[in-house]
Each structure stands twice: as C-alpha cells, then as structure tokens.
Design a protein around this ligand. Structure first.
Ligand SMILES: Nc1ncnc2c1ncn2[C@@H]1O[C@H](COP(=O)(O)OP(=O)(O)OP(=O)(O)O)[C@@H](O)[C@H]1O
Ligand SMILES: [Mg+2]
Length: 324
C-alpha cells in the first residue's frame, strides 16, 4: 500500500487551521483508506479527539428510517467508543434531547463543551445523505461553526464523490430554496484525490518485489499504468489477477505478456453491475449507466464494438449498458 495520508496532503493543514472542508474523489480512489489513516494518526498523536464515521451506516435497524442527524449522532457515539477515545473525550450519553433539525447542532455542541480536546470529525460517504436532509446537516454545521465562542467541533471533513457545487444541486438545484446564508460558505476548500502516477504504480508494485523478490518488468508496469490510467483499485486488481489468479511463481518475473493477459481478463460486466448496485442503493437511484470501454489493442473498431442495451442488475436496478 502507498502511504495514504500524503494522498490528501492539505487535509492535516486544514485541520490544524480549524477549517471545515471537502475531500472528493471518484469511486474506489482511496478516500476511505486515506481518511481512516489520517484519523488513526490524529488519534495516536493525542492532541485531538478525532472520529471517523461513514454517513451511510445506520447503527441499528430501527435507525435506518431515522433522520440523517439522528443516524450521524448514533454513528459518532458508536465510533468514538469503538476506536477507544479516552472516557473524558466521549460524546454525552445519551445525546441531549432537541427538536428535529437541531439535534446535530445541540449534540455536537454538548460534546465539544465537555471534551477536553478539540474535536475533529471526518465524515465519509456524505453523498449518502440527500436533498433537504443534507441541507439540514450542513446548516447545523454552519450554525455551530459560526457560534464562536460557543464550543463546536474544531474541524470537519466531508468526504464523497461530488464537489460542493453538486451538493447545492442536491438541494433541488434551485439556490433560492436555500433561505438565508448558504450553508456551503463554511467549506474552506474542496480537494480531489488524484489517481496514481506512473512512479506510484512502480512504487506499489515494488513493494511486492521487496516482499517476495518477484520483479515486474518495466514494460509490465508501463502496460499496467496505461491500462489503468493509475486508477487505484484497477492498479491493485491487475497485480492481484496475476499473483492470485494466474499464480505466476515468484521465481519468475512478471512480464508484459502476463500483464497483457491480466488486462484481457474475462468480461467485466458482471462485476461492474454488482458494484453499480451498491452505488445506486447508496445514492438512492433507481437506474444507472454502466460504460465498459474496451481498451484492448485486439478489440474490434469502435464503430463495430459500440452497443447500447438495457439490462437489469442483480438487485433489480434498470441499467443502461454501454459497450464502447
Ligand atoms: N494508499 C493506497 N495504496 C494502494 N492502494 C490503495 C490505496 N488506497 C486505496 N487503494 C486501492 O483502492 C481501493 C479502494 O480504496 P477505498 O475503499 O479507500 O476507496 P474509496 O474511494 O473510499 O471507495 P468507495 O468510493 O467505493 O467508497 C482499495 O481496495 C485499494 O485497492
Ligand atoms: Mg469509501
């Protein structure tokens, strides 16, 4: 694994500067890995009370239908416990009672009042909260942020696939619906996770070589980079295919030909539909589009291979499948 924290280089600085900010990146680009590593580092240093949550998780079945603010508070309480924050840094148990659309504000502020360390909240999967609920969550964060000197979390990171501007669209796309000051004003920065560079792909594969003695030839690495464009999950998947599925013995180098075979692996549509199902559920969408782009040198000409069909995914979503 490549060191995950340097992949979000400004995050630490923004946290030290008491900022609220956005980390965004496409699917499977390493958002969760980087965020969790940063949380662990902050926790080990002991200066902050750092808690990572996924906004997607509901702690109990009963809470699945509860408003986002309730699910978030519940997740914070569970994660603060599970990750071993010292007793005095834990959130109040139970959270203070408060009217709807103020629970997060009251809860976080009660926690900040009692917690001896500045609180850093890293909120992953922010895209799983939609429309008015998202606006309410952001509003409450904004209200708390602006309530100085009343205590509130020191720094908050919102992590997801979209840019802040798209969160505005999530409110219905009509800025006039946002009565009063925009809740997005508090977000100091939106940073994007980059794909791996060629050097990073070489470094990652080099870790396998260091561990096992098995080399990747320069051409194999070039092909992997070319075929994956540095997409983190794909870079790992290509190596996994060769090492685990093709089982090339460690006494042999991994060559361009091996990489070529890995790139030519069987039809990825089934895997793609399965993965898309998860995303559609998460984003509360009934249909989606899967584009499978055939980059293989042996593929037929674009005009011949391009086809569009309507399919149903394993979990029943309507999917437009584009092969190109
Ligand atoms: N630092 C890293 N070094 C090497 N590979 C990594 C690193 N971070 C992530 N990856 C690869 O990317 C994959 C996805 O990582 P992760 O789950 O953190 O991404 P994500 O952006 O949170 O995904 P999702 O959008 O599905 O939530 C991992 O399974 C791993 O293959
Ligand atoms: Mg993730």
């Amino acid at each position: 694994m490549l060191p995950p924290i340097p992949r979000i280089p400004e995050a630490r600085e923004l946290i030290d500067e008491e900022k609220y900010f956005v980390i965004r990146g496409p699917r499977q680009s390493g958002k969760t890995t980087s965020l969790q590593a940063l949380t662990a580092e902050l926790r080990d240093e002991g200066e902050y009370a750092a808690v990572y949550i996924s906004c997607e998780s509901a702690s109990t079945r009963a809470e699945e239908a509860a408003p986002a603010e309730v699910r978030i508070l519940s997740e914070i309480a569970a994660m603060a416990q599970a990750t071993g924050l010292p007793e005095e840094c834990l959130p109040p148990e139970p959270w203070p009672a408060a009217p709807g659309a103020t629970r997060l504000l009251r809860g976080l502020s009660a926690w900040a009042r009692r917690c001896p360390r500045p609180i850093v909240l890293l909120m992953d999967e922010i895209d799983s909260i939609h429309g008015d609920e998202l606006i309410s969550v952001l509003r409450q964060l904004r209200q708390g942020y602006n309530s100085f000197p009343v205590p509130f979390p020191h720094s908050v990171a919102l992590c997801g696939m979209r840019d802040v501007r798209d969160y505005k669209a999530a409110s219905g796309g009509d800025p006039s619906r946002l009565v009063g000051p925009s809740p997005f004003n508090i977000l100091a920065k939106s940073m994007r996770l980059a794909d791996f560079t060629f050097e990073q792909v070489a470094e990652l594969y080099g870790q396998h070589t260091d561990a096992t003695g098995q080399e990747f030839t320069a051409h194999a690495i070039q092909r992997a980079f070319h075929a994956s464009q540095g997409q983190p999950w794909l870079v790992n998947a290509l190596a996994r295919e060769i090492i685990r599925e093709m089982r090339i013995p460690v006494s042999q180098s991994i060559t361009d030909e091996h990489m070529h075979q890995a790139v030519e692996r069987p039809d990825p549509v089934e895997d793609g539909l399965h993965q898309l199902d998860g995303y559609l559920d998460r984003l509360d969408l009934s249909h989606g589009t899967l584009i499978v782009f055939d980059r293989r040198p042996t593929a037929p000409h674009l005009l011949e291979r391009t086809a569009i069909e309507q399919v149903t995914s394993p979990r029943g979503h309507a999917v437009t499948l584009v092969r190109a």
